[in-house]
Design a protein around this ligand. Structure first.
Ligand code: FPP
Length: 259
């Protein structure tokens, strides 16, 4: 924990010239782990009279720019909610467009991820992901495994409750095998059984496009996470939005349940 920066409101932060905002952000401890619910691609497109998929296409550009900016801020982990376990219920054409977009993007970004020293990881249920996409993912995960900069985590076919179910199953199997005493299961043991094993909990969760919901994202991990909801639609999310979110985080007084 660090002392809150006094005096400056969100509105004032938002009005600061970009260079000043950035130097404020760099002058204070940054979050170690930022998680983002990237919402509003569909609305962005619909407002322009475009098909929803045009919003996803533009969303990829916002992803690229965000990865770059987050890396430059020296943040260690960035987790992006790319496809939830509920998203399969969307029209088939949209689902297959998203899968193709993911496959192409993940593959195409490899040289850039290497150049930026980014380690790539995926969380979610791999069963259900088309084999082509899965192969690309595995390739990029392997190639970037030794990188030491930002860890970029893509939540894909991810559900927070699914994750907890999978963790419980894993622990139950260990108990059945006689390798684990149920009484020894503590928070650390549960955390190790989650997809996010080895990662710190998010310090800051950003949600775009205004909805005040958690939407089954990182349910266990966000117990003490600071939340930031912006009305900006994901395709419009830029460096300024990121800096405002981090500056706002830096003003918060994190107490983790203490006084
Ligand atoms: C939410 O907008 C966005 C998604 C469900 C998909 C997120 C995917 C991307 C940004 C593209 C994939 C990019 C990579 C490489 C990670 P929405 O469709 O729910 O928008 P709406 O709420 O306005 O309908």
């Amino acid at each position: 924990a660090f002392p809150p920066a006094s005096g400056v409101s969100v509105a004032e932060l938002s009005r600061l010239p970009e260079a000043e905002l950035r130097s404020r952000v760099l002058a204070r401890p940054r979050p170690r782990h930022v998680a983002i619910i990237m919402d509003g691609n569909g609305r962005w497109a619909t407002r322009r009279g475009l098909p929803r998929v045009a919003g996803h296409h533009q969303g990829v550009k916002a992803v690229r720019e965000t990865v770059r900016q987050v890396g430059e801020l020296g943040i260690d982990f960035l987790t992006l909610y790319a496809f939830s376990s509920e998203n399969w219920q969307r029209p088939e054409t949209e689902v297959s467009f998203l899968m193709t977009l993911l496959e192409r993007t993940i593959d195409g970004e490899l040289p850039d991820l290497m150049a930026k020293n980014v380690r790539f990881r995926v969380i979610g249920r791999s069963a259900g992901i088309p084999p082509g996409v899965r192969r690309r993912i595995e390739h990029v995960v392997t190639e970037t495994a030794a990188n030491t900069g930002l860890t970029l985590v893509l939540a894909l076919n991810y559900g927070g409750r699914d994750e907890i179910v999978d963790a419980v199953r894993g622990l139950a199997r260990e108990v059945r095998a006689g390798a684990l005493d149920p009484e020894s299961i503590d928070e650390a043991a549960v955390a190790r059984a989650l997809y996010t094993d080895g990662m710190p909990d998010p310090d800051l969760l950003i949600r775009t496009s205004g909805e005040m919901r958690v939407s089954n994202f990182l349910l266990w991990q966000i117990a003490y996470t600071e939340l930031w909801v912006t009305p900006t639609l994901w395709p419009d999310f830029g460096v300024r939005d990121l800096h405002v979110a981090v500056a706002e985080y830096q003003r918060r007084d994190r107490r983790f349940g203490r006084v």
